[in-house]
Design a protein around this ligand. Structure first.
Ligand code: UD1
Length: 430
């Protein structure tokens, strides 16, 4: 298993181009199940998660061709016919978002058998809202031995879908099913994340009739068929926020390009409050910090446009060196503080009580061996390592590879001392 070694202390100076959003790309890829025509996705991130979903789609009947176009990496997905409506446990377990193939399979071919995703390290993460929404669209759902058997022999019907609380995945899943339902679907209390808007825009390019995406009420007029389209994946706001925090942690000046600062406004407000200089520009933002300790500030994670839960661990790393005590409240997932003991190994002083972490800033961190526990937690350890004295080694970096494209290269180009160690033996690779 690969590891990442970081020698702390180097300031970051330079430019980091941001990739297409992982969380958008995997839902857009699933949209290719809705049409027999080719869907061309540009600005695609090349990540373990996108490769993984590509393999599942191939089993279902999608032809997946990756190439490098003028605008960067692209993927052409063509599903002439659905050859199988079966998504087995082994595949869905490895990446939860694979579950979102259920809706499009059902919408296009009237039946599907998809494994329940099972538990997840950052909380229970059930899929009850997904299933209730599909039932509201007329699907007959049965659960047996860990599988969802779904049927809609005469097609899905538009319906009213009222979510009791905001779910990104369930909102996307409903969109992916309702676009081919007969009649109108109205979703209320829908998630407003930019990835929802991106999916709706792509579906509309394919001939769908979706309005209101980006607001809590989304209306979909079902159509009988969708066509192919070309769509550019929106920039990854979590990657953007992560590198903004890396620059703030290490000090220096980093320009983040090919992205949008408005996607991370809640983070920028907190960074500025803590004492970081942030300047938005047309193509992204510049983050600057010269000397001096940052001030502790409080954050509470919330659905978009609130502070993203996917940036909570990284922000905690920054606060571990701030002056004073920072309170970090996690409201989206119940078990999302697994990075706390690992940050503690580097010398951070953090205690957790329920959904609240108290971070008492220390003067310095010291490099150590740490363990990546999930995707965002693992990158918080890299960020902490950038400012720690000596060497930090992050084990189990496959978590990082799921969501961060060429991390060592991007940070290394700005002067960070980050290298990948191949396998447990510590043999280094370029
Ligand atoms: C997506 C993102 C993830 C991000 C999260 C919140 C992807 C692949 N992942 O995850 O990175 O952290 O949004 O911004 O896009 N819930 C239920 N029942 C359901 C569905 C959700 O109880 O049927 C709960 C979850 O357990 C969680 C909360 O709702 O506590 C929000 O989850 P949700 O917004 O659905 O997150 P994901 O779509 O899984």
């Amino acid at each position: 298993m690969d590891r990442i070694a970081i020698t702390g202390g180097a300031r970051l100076n330079g430019e980091i181009p941001i990739s297409g959003a992982k969380n958008s790309a995997i839902k857009l890829m699933a949209a290719s199940l809705l049409t027999e025509e080719p869907l061309r996705l540009t600005n695609m991130p090349r990540l373990a998660d996108t490769r993984f979903l590509g393999r599942l789609l191939q089993r279902l009947g999608t032809e997946v061709v990756e190439s490098d176009g003028a605008e960067g990496p692209e993927t052409l997905l063509t599903t002439r016919e659905i050859v199988s409506g079966f998504a087995p446990y082994d595949l869905v377990r490895q990446m939860r978002a694979s579950f979102n193939v259920l809706g499009p399979l059902l919408a296009r071919s009237g039946q599907a058998k998809v494994s329940l995703p099972g538990g997840c390290t950052i909380g229970a993460r059930p899929v009850d809202l997904h299933l209730k929404a599909l039932e509201a669209l007329g699907a007959k759902i049965d659960l047996h031995e860990g599988y969802v058997y779904a049927q809609a022999p005469r097609g899905l019907q538009g319906g009213q879908v009222e979510f009791p609380f905001v779910s990104v995945g369930a909102t996307e899943h409903t969109l992916l099913a309702a676009v081919l339902a007969h009649g109108e679907t109205v979703m209320t209390n829908a998630a407003c994340e930019p990835e929802i808007t991106d999916l709706a825009e792509c579906l509309n390019r394919m001939g769908a009739k979706v309005s209101g995406a980006g607001t809590p009420t989304i209306t979909i007029q079902g159509v009988s068929r969708l066509s192919g389209a070309t769509h550019a994946v929106l920039p990854d706001r979590i990657e953007t926020g992560t590198y903004a925090l890396a620059a703030a942690m290490a000090g220096g000046e980093v320009r983040l390009t090919r992205t949008r600062s408005d996607f991370i406004q809640a983070l920028i407000d907190k960074m500025v409050e803590a004492g970081v200089e942030v300047t938005p520009h047309n193509d992204g933002l510049t983050v600057k910090r010269n000397g001096g300790r940052l001030k502790a500030v409080e954050i509470t994670t919330d659905p978009y446009p609130g502070f993203a839960t996917d940036l909570q661990a990284q922000f905690m790393a920054l606060m571990s060196l701030a002056e004073g005590e920072s309170v970090i409240r996690e409201t989206i997932f119940e078990n999302r503080f697994m990075h706390v003991p690992e940050l503690g190994r580097l010398g951070a002083d953090i205690s957790v009580h329920g959904g609240e972490a108290r971070v008492r800033g220390v003067e310095s961190l010291e490099g150590a061996q740490v363990m990546a526990t999930d995707l965002r937690a693992s990158v918080s350890l890299v960020i902490a390592g950038l400012a720690a004295r000596g060497e930090t080694i992050v084990n189990r970096v496959y978590h990082l590879d799921r969501g961060f494209e060429r991390l060592e290269e991007k940070l290394g180009a700005c002067g960070a001392q980050v290298r990948r160690l191949k396998g447990d033996g510590g043999e280094e690779v370029e």
